[in-house]
Design a protein around this ligand. Structure first.
Ligand code: HAM
Length: 465
């Protein structure tokens, strides 16, 4: 006999089950509604993409690309390599040789489970020539993302994001300084939209932090200054920060290490080193947020972990999330579409961690209870089943949640089950009811019982909906 094996969800992944999935659906429906009012349309990009797309967009030195991405050779491509090897060497490659061959595959032959979707949206913008559509193009998405992080509360290897992106091709010969006010208004509206979404859900303890991380002009100079200052205090820093002095000094500002906080506080601040255009845009973003009634705090240490950002960056935290408290992150990424082979294009967007959003809503008691049934059809007697089926069909067509037992049940058992399922009414159908056309309706909350026609029952339920 085959060994009985118990399968379990892979580490860092989980099943989302009812009644919790009702909350997930409510959140997603609300996102669709709110984003729709801002003129966004939905995009559904594929879940896997070329590894190179993410490497080039997010940056090869970022944690996401260098440590966390599920990137692998397409097994079917491996099949081709296997066949080529056989042909060339006239022998079959062993497992070790195959692994070596796979390991030597260039990034261009690898595919990855998407760790985020901004890169996919930019790829789609180019692939479908969306620069020819009326600009800006405003898109939202929702779905699973994959990062091989250490799982903990609010951090999973398969997690869900709800995100939005605004893309706008830059007309040829446009003076970059000319549109700073417009870009700032776009940034502020994107932030306003996510805040409106959170408000609609009743999310509690929402805190928005903003920053500007400069552009290709001023950021490299600031990074060099930061590196020079960090080198002076190198031996006081932990191993992660020491490494980052070389790879990405900005990420040192992200450090949560207690011993480094005092040192970081004395480092030069980017706000004091922005070029005139970046400074003007940052000032205008703040004015725009004020005008829209969006409260924010400035955080000069907010640098974000992905390479494509420039100028405006932001993060939002919410109640009850512990150490993984960022429920949304986003920012501007002018130039990313161009980097991926498209025309010069401006971009700004955000992604919400839906798992964390749900956790926060639940912590605040906004999870909502499981929705019970509206009607439990308790039918007795073989001849009654046809009437019970017809009744259930009508009630369901009217949008009611109906439970129809597949076999007849004794009266007591039927009522017990109706109660367990949280039904509002039990529709009791026996020979008598079928003969007279007068149904017995029991209200489970108070135990009262009345007779009424099918039409009267439907009318009563419709009013109560
Ligand atoms: P991100 O900051 O990497 O940005 O992720 C956005 C949000 O996704 C985080 O704030 C967090 O709520 C959630 N998240 C990330 N990793 C995990 C995880 N392992 N488990 C649970 N939740 C997680 C981006 O992904 C950018 N693409 C956002 C963006 C869009 N920027 C511009 N447009």
């Amino acid at each position: 006999m085959a060994e009985k094996k118990k399968f379990q969800a892979i580490k860092g992944t989980r099943d989302l089950l009812p009644p919790e999935t009702e909350l997930w659906n409510r959140v997603e429906q609300t996102a669709r509604k709110v984003f729709g009012t801002f003129g966004y349309g939905e995009i559904r990009p594929p879940i896997f993409e070329p590894t190179e797309l993410f490497a080039r967009s997010i940056g090869v030195d970022t944690d996401v690309v260098s440590k966390e991405m599920y990137s692998f050779p397409d097994p079917f491509d491996l099949g081709d390599i296997y066949a080529q090897y056989q042909l060339r060497e006239s022998t079959t490659p062993g497992a070790g040789q195959l692994a070596t061959i796979a390991g030597l595959l260039p990034d261009s032959q690898l595919i990855a489970a998407r760790p985020e979707a901004t890169a996919s949206v930019c790829r789609a913008y180019i692939e479908h020539g969306m620069h020819a559509l009326p600009q800006p193009v405003k898109l939202y998405y929702m779905g699973p993302m994959f990062r091989r992080e250490r799982p903990q509360k609010g951090r999973y290897r398969q997690f869900y994001q709800i995100g939005a992106e605004v893309l706008e091709m830059v007309p040829p010969n446009q003076d970059p300084a000319k549109n700073i006010g417009k870009d700032a208004a776009v940034d502020a509206e994107v932030i306003e939209m996510v805040m409106a979404f959170f408000a609609r859900l009743g999310l509690e303890g929402v805190k928005l932090e903003i920053n500007s991380i400069g552009d290709r002009d001023c950021r490299p100079k600031y990074v060099e200054l930061l590196r020079a200052e960090l080198l002076k205090v190198k031996d006081k820093l932990g191993p992660d920060s020491q490494r980052r002095i070389e790879t990405n000094p900005l990420r040192v500002l992200d450090s949560k290490l207690e011993s480094e906080q005092g040192i970081i506080a004395r480092l030069p601040k980017i706000a004091d080193h922005l070029c005139a255009n970046c400074a003007a845009q940052y000032t205008e973003v703040k004015r725009q947020l004020n005008m829209r009634g969006v409260a924010y705090a400035e955080n000069w240490r907010l640098v974000r972990g992905l390479d494509y950002y420039m100028r405006t960056t932001f993060e939002i935290t919410a109640l009850g999330l512990g150490s993984q408290n960022a429920v949304c992150g986003g920012g501007r990424y002018d130039g990313l579409v161009e980097l991926l082979g498209g025309p010069p294009t401006k971009g700004i967007g955000f992604a919400i961690g839906e798992d964390r959003l749900i956790l926060s809503l639940q912590e605040a008691g906004k999870g909502g209870a499981a929705q019970g049934r509206d009607v439990f059809v308790a039918w007795m007697g073989e001849k009654t089943q046809a009437t019970a089926i017809a009744a259930a069909q009508k009630l369901r067509a009217a949008g009611l949640r109906v439970e129809l037992p597949p076999v007849e049940q004794k009266f007591g058992k039927a009522l017990g089950q109706a109660d367990k399922l949280g039904a509002r009414y039990a529709l009791i159908l026996g020979d008598d009811e079928v003969a007279t056309g007068q149904w017995t309706v029991k209200t489970l909350a108070d135990g009262s019982q009345t007779k009424m026609s099918e039409a009267e029952f439907l009318e009563m339920l419709r009013k109560g909906l």
